[in-house]
Design a protein around this ligand. Structure first.
Ligand code: RIB
Ligand code: CA
Length: 315
């Protein structure tokens, strides 16, 4: 008997690595991709909500896409177009969307689907957590109806946007703080693991050599990252968002530690930093609220990610 598919909403800011995560989700036999919700982040909401539909069209699926927040709940908007390009996909050719944007707001869809799936819905979040922050504010009962959030975000040591903060958390610390305090079970794929989950140039070349439109597109999103991440002493392109998606699909490839994690919203130098008691003797009195993922079998991660994209070519 087929294993029951896990209903999932992907909340994202595509974004070159979000795009690869969406390609993995779109045809994953483990998932029922219920909806995609777009948020402003790497680029503006108009582009992230368009890119989500372009990538799903490239995947050959029509999954409803809904637009959410056009900026953070508080504070100034910070984009990452220096990494993702002005259009959010580095100008890499991708089809025009085969379907239009859904009418409802992302936070309303998250609530409606959480209710309709009776607490079985999971969220994979690969952008700033603004949509979830708004959903939690508008629907205080939401935590009772979300089974788990697997998110890409945070870092226990250095950040990639400030010395202290990783982009997704820094882009909206208050929303992230709401998610981390929500009581919803969290799996946090921070830079601690995503910097270990990298593709070398040779592996990117192997992916591109598959020759399918999806594999070529994914490979083209990765090349930029190899050089960009040398300053972080990472010998390849970290697969930030694909890491969160692969955890949702194949958690056995990863390892982590149950711990308390919180978000600093006030610090002059540390706003947006995720703080954890994972490696401290000083444990938080509020107990564990997250699994911090910090280990990956990189060779298997690479093989299985390539295998999943190669599967497009056989259908
Ligand atoms: O820090 C990496 C994260 O920021 C990824 O989600 C990437 O898409 C950017 O949003
Ligand atoms: Ca992202």
């Amino acid at each position: 008997m087929d294993k029951k598919r896990q209903p999932v909403i992907v909340d994202c800011d595509p974004g070159i690595d979000d795009a690869v995560a969406l390609l993995l989700a779109a045809r994953a036999p483990e998932l029922e991709l219920v909806a995609v919700t777009a948020v402003a982040g790497n680029v503006g909401l108009d582009k992230t909500s368009l890119n989500a539909r372009r990538v799903l069209t490239l995947a050959g699926v029509e999954v409803p896409v809904y637009a959410g927040a056009a900026g953070p709940m508080f504070g100034e908007q910070v984009t990452a177009d220096e990494v993702h390009g002005a259009d959010g996909l580095l100008g890499i050719p991708a089809p025009e969307p085969a379907f239009s944007l859904g009418e409802e707001a992302a936070w309303d869809v998250i609530w409606q689907k959480a209710l309709s799936y009776g607490g079985e819905l999971e969220i994979v979040a690969t952008g700033p957590l603004t949509n979830l922050g708004i959903a939690l504010t508008k629907y205080p009962q939401l935590p009772a109806y979300i089974k788990r959030i697997v998110l890409m975000g945070g870092a226990t040591d250095f950040g990639n946007t400030t010395p202290a903060a990783e982009y997704n958390i820094y882009a909206d610390p208050e929303a992230a703080d709401m998610v981390f305090r929500s009581g919803i079970p969290l799996v946090v794929c921070a830079l601690d693991v995503t910097h270990k989950a990298y593709f070398t140039q040779a592996e990117i070349d192997r992916l591109e050599a598959l020759g399918t439109p999806q594999a070529v597109f994914a490979a083209k999103t990765m090349g930029f990252g190899v050089e960009w991440h040398q300053k972080f002493l990472v010998p390849g392109a970290p697969m930030h968002d694909p890491c969160a998606m692969m955890y949702a699909l194949e958690p056995e490839l990863f390892g982590g530690v149950s711990c308390w994690m919180g978000v600093e919203c006030q610090g002059k130098h540390t706003r947006g930093k995720t703080v954890t008691d994972a490696f401290s003797d000083a444990k938080s009195p509020s107990g564990s609220n997250a699994v911090l993922v910090n280990r990956v079998d990189r060779a298997q991660f690479v093989e299985h990610l390539i295998g999943r994209l190669a599967a497009y070519g056989t259908t």
